[in-house]
Write a protein that binds this ligand. Structure first.
Ligand SMILES: Cc1cc2nc3c(=O)[nH]c(=O)nc-3n(C[C@H](O)[C@H](O)[C@H](O)COP(=O)(O)OP(=O)(O)OC[C@H]3O[C@@H](n4cnc5c(N)ncnc54)[C@H](O)[C@@H]3O)c2cc1C
Length: 501
């Protein structure tokens, strides 16, 4: 067993910070969570206006770790709905199912495109089996998996919208983290005949909290507080003084007042580069350079309220066409009827990917909403102007860690510097600069909580698995992962299945 700290200070009340705090506080430890926003949840935020609820972009719950799913069912008992996944891609004014189906390509394109896509795909399959050339860029990663033509049709434009730069300037790591182990043959089989549930398959159903994804962080914070620990909102961390091993003083501004708190462990889930720059003793110029050059993409979410029963059947719609401002949309009512005021109304949530101060970010909220509504009415022909009831525009910083070609080297420089602070741990999406989904950040937080309770466990192993995140397969190697112990008084999980014998 490792040494257990007496008071853990957690920076950030997103899923990672709250999951860490939950694991420690509900098992008898003491934590203080400091959050700069006046709400918990970080990127897992749900807003509400006039009875319309919306996430910053639809968040689904999915994990391959069944223990984590059971933990989730236990936490969210009575609030979970099941959602069917129907994802489509809008490309050149036509709809294609995702995962890709060849029948769509037959229906929507000409024989030349089909021949081109088929040959490109075959060539990629041959190359994949004979070549051991390293795959470095995002473009190479996509082409090696799908071939040139399918990459160009379904991945290039969308990726460039999300990341704001050509795929040649981005690392292959993002693709491989999301599709490692998704063999070209699995893709072909799913594309031709759909998934076969008896073997490995792409997921087509997921869990969702009935009233929006933010219910997860809210539930975590409720439990932390009822266990006697603190979650302090509107508390922006500004400096961390290291007094020596396991002795930290964290400074934060709360409602305009400078305050500090002392603890024997710090868990940081705030952006990694920012953390490096507020630690004292201060870092070297090399670390500052690395910290300043870790980039994030930002996000503008537009919630469009409509007097209409339903617009699309989709769970997500990916918009490739570059003349449309947003890159992805979803209709919250398709996820949970509780997301709209009543059965006669619906809404669309649009994700506009951007970077602070770029052309999109500089548009006023009104301009963004007008432009999005025009795209929906004139180009996608989703509704009549008379159905439009108004929109909310929400701006979010630090939404996507950008994997440029040097990002891994920059992280190494920062991590080396952090090694000098005994008792400091990092976790989470911005916190370790890894493209975590919420379930990854939560699993990482829970494992880190267990580590701080004295167990020998490596929370940094999460989201490094050698298998495709959306594949459920048989005979997988067991990994270092969160193991859920159901409280003694509950023999069954919330779905009625026994989880422990
Ligand atoms: C549009 C969109 C769609 C997504 N869809 C999905 C999905 O379908 N499924 C899924 O699993 N995941 C999804 N994600 C990812 C998910 O939102 C993140 O993985 C998750 O929120 C990461 O949690 P975290 O705690 O690691 O980081 P964050 O959520 O970023 O939390 C970090 C927290 O630290 C706080 N903080 C920062 N600086 C300071 C400071 N100086 N002082 C105090 N606090 C500070 C922030 O305010 C924030 O609350 C999506 C993300 C986006 C943007």
């Amino acid at each position: 067993m490792n040494k257990k700290p007496e008071h853990v200070i957690i920076l950030g009340a997103g899923p990672a910070g709250l999951a860490t705090g939950h694991e420690i506080s509900t098992k008898g430890g003491k934590v203080t969570v400091l959050e700069k926003n006046n709400f918990v949840g970080g990127l897992c935020r749900t807003l509400e206006e006039d009875g319309y609820k919306f996430d910053l972009g639809g968040h689904r719950w999915f994990s391959k770790n069944e223990d984590l799913n059971n933990w989730f069912r236990h936490l969210m008992a009575g609030e979970i709905v099941m959602v069917n996944r129907i994802s489509r891609i809008y490309y050149d004014r036509k709809y294609f199912f995702y995962p890709i189906k060849f029948s769509d390509i037959f229906k929507n394109t000409g024989p030349l495109t089909i021949l081109h896509a088929g040959l490109g795909f075959l060539w990629a399959a041959i190359q994949q089996s004979v070549s051991d050339k390293p795959i470095i860029t995002m473009k190479q990663a996509y082409v090696s998996q799908f071939g040139n033509k399918l990459y160009d049709m379904f991945f290039r434009r969308y990726s460039e919208k999300v990341w704001g730069r050509p795929c040649e300037e981005l690392s292959a790591d993002w693709v491989s983290q999301r599709s490692k182990g998704l063999s070209i043959w699995t893709t072909v089989r799913d594309a031709l005949i759909g998934s076969n549930n008896k073997v490995t398959s792409l997921i087509d159903e997921f869990m969702y909290p009935r009233d929006g994804y933010m219910r997860i962080p809210e539930r975590l914070a409720e439990d932390i507080k009822s266990s006697g620990s603190d979650v302090l909102l509107s508390s922006a961390v500004t400096a961390i003084k290291y007094h020596g091993p396991d002795d930290f003083e964290v400074f934060f501004t709360r409602n305009g007042q400078e305050q500090s708190v002392r603890g024997d462990a710090v868990v940081s889930t705030i952006p990694l580069g920012y953390l490096a720059k507020i630690l004292k003793p201060a870092c070297t110029e090399e670390v500052t350079l690395a910290a300043d050059s870790l980039e994030f993409r930002d996000l503008i979410t537009v919630n469009v309220k409509l007097s209409k029963k339903q617009v699309t059947p989709d769970t997500w719609l990916y918009i490739q066409d570059s003349d449309i401002l947003f890159g992805r949309l979803h209709e919250p009512k398709n996820w949970s009827p509780a997301m709209v005021p009543d059965g006669d109304h619906t809404s669309l949530v649009l994700e506009c990917f951007c970077t602070l101060h770029d052309e999109i970010w500089q548009m006023s909220d009104e301009e963004i909403a007008d432009r999005c509504v025009r795209d929906l009415v004139d180009k996608l022909k989703f509704f009549d102007e008379s159905d439009y009831l108004g929109a909310n525009v929400v701006r979010t910083r630090f939404a996507y860690p950008v994997y440029d070609l040097d990002y891994a080297a920059k992280i190494k420089v920062i991590e080396k510097y952090l090694e000098g602070f005994e008792g400091l741990q990092i976790a989470g999406r911005g916190g370790i600069f890894r493209y975590n989904n919420a379930d990854h950040s939560i699993e990482m937080g829970l494992m880190l909580g267990q580590k701080l309770l004295g167990y020998d466990i490596d929370h940094m192993a999460v989201n490094t698995e050698e298998d495709y995140q959306e594949i459920i397969g048989k005979n997988e190697k067991r990994r270092d992962r969160y193991i859920f112990e159901l409280p003694e008084d509950k023999a069954q999980d919330t779905t009625g299945r026994r989880v422990k014998s």
